[in-house]
Design a protein around this ligand. Structure first.
Ligand SMILES: [Zn+2]
Length: 407
């Protein structure tokens, strides 16, 4: 049996921490040291967490500390800042999040963003090598934007980024792929599937996907057309858009544990053992500008027990799900994309009625889709479809969701 090479994360952590190699013991020693340094900084600067103990004796005691919520972030972001405004390189703001209506802001220093690029290099280095040409379908929003940071990582790996962004039409992607012959893709999972189903795989052979839920039918559809297993990545703004990367064993995502401590908690906030699914809670000890302690991500997963087949002892996260009340776009995607003719689809809720619109290549199996949708969707359901044209593009510009039509 081929043993996959050890995750490139191990070498990155060893280099960042000045160690020859890492194991569980060294990782946990780094985490405790960095957590205590953070607690001391909070006290010294009178930060948001100033009331917490100045140090804790062991990582087990982390679970004694209170949670931080999305609402805290929306209300108190400025007091969570542990550096001066002049050190801030970038602020990400989300005007629509949370129940407060306030914008959730996350701040980064230059070092924070450098760590992001380094993690991208480790994750992308599993599937991109010198000479690769990589299609980037994340947005390019100016200096230190997500697309820009990914392009920087690709260039440092000696490869060439194609800065396509997410908004090209399918015809635009087909022309770009024909001209530039990318071998790798970086973007959201459904976008990849749409491109593969409309344009064919062309020169594409490998892909890193991130940024949105990744239903099983989408994974299977992409992998069948690409002819290789996907490399999922997990990140959130709170952890600098870079959290966990997939190695060539394709057995979960290795967490950058020198910068993030992960816990999985149940509905009552109790910490669950490895192997059990619950909400992911992160303590971002490696973030310089805005470290968070026990932040509830709203993402559901489990920690995979034991070491990875690649040999790395860094903790691995399983597939991530966003827990939502009632019907979710991810559950609908699971059904729709199981039909190989579906290129993309959009969901609109209007007064309890669900309208599903699909772009197709070939004929969809409407009867089967209606039957399967009927099991989870409201009884008032309309399903319409038309053939995708070269002028069409992705039906969502960001994360996939149920659109509410108040008209
Ligand atoms: Zn591994």
């Amino acid at each position: 049996m081929n043993v996959p090479p050890v995750s490139r994360l191990d070498a990155l952590i060893a280099e960042q921490e000045g160690l020859a190699q890492i194991d569980r013991e060294t990782i946990e020693a780094i985490q405790l040291k960095r957590l205590n340094r953070l607690l001391a900084r909070e006290r010294a600067r009178g930060g948001f967490y100033r009331e917490l103990p100045e140090r804790i004796a062991s990582l087990e005691r982390l679970s004694d500390l209170p949670f931080t919520t999305e609402e805290d972030l929306a209300r108190h972001a400025p007091s969570m800042l542990l550096c001066s405004q002049s050190q801030i390189q970038r602020v990400l703001s989300d005007a629509t999040s949370g129940t407060t209506g306030a914008a959730k802001r996350v701040f980064y220093t230059e070092d924070d963003l450098e760590n992001t690029v380094r993690l991208y290099m480790a994750g992308l280095g599993e599937l991109i090598w010198p000479g690769s040409v990589t299609l980037i379908c994340f947005p390019f929003s100016g200096p230190f934007g997500l697309g820009e940071l990914i392009a920087e990582a690709i260039m440092r790996l000696g490869a060439r980024p194609l800065k396509a962004g997410p908004f090209l039409s399918y015809g635009g992607f087909a022309a770009l792929m024909e001209k530039e012959k990318p071998d790798t893709f970086v973007g959201m999972p459904v976008q990849l599937l749409g491109i593969l189903r409309f344009c064919g795989r062309g020169s594409l052979r490998r892909a890193l996907v991130s940024g949105d839920a990744c239903p099983e039918s989408v994974v299977c559809g992409c992998e069948a057309l690409l002819g290789s297993k996907l490399f999922p990545h997990y990140g959130s703004r709170e952890m600098g858009m870079a959290g966990a990367i997939c190695c060539r064993a394709h057995a979960g995502m290795h967490l950058r544990e020198n910068h993030v401590i992960a816990e999985i908690v149940d509905g009552n906030g109790r910490v669950l053992p490895a192997g059990e699914r619950g909400e992911l809670v992160v303590t971002t000890i490696g973030m310089e500008a805005m470290p968070l302690i026990r932040y509830r991500t709203g993402d559901y997963t489990r920690i995979l027990p034991g070491p990875c087949p690649c040999g790395s002892e860094t903790l691995r996260l399983d597939r991530i799900e966003r827990r939502t009340e009632g019907l979710s776009a991810a559950a609908l995607d699971e059904i729709l994309f199981a039909d190989e003719a579906v290129v993309d689809c959009r969901y609109t809720l209007r007064a309890g009625e669900l309208a599903v619109f699909a772009l197709c290549r070939g004929e969809i199996d409407e009867r089967t889709l209606r039957g399967r949708l009927g099991a989870i969707a409201p009884p008032e359901l309309s399903l319409s479809a038309r053939q995708a044209a070269p002028e069409d593009g992705a039906l969502y510009r960001g994360k996939r969701t149920l659109l509410i039509d108040g008209a």
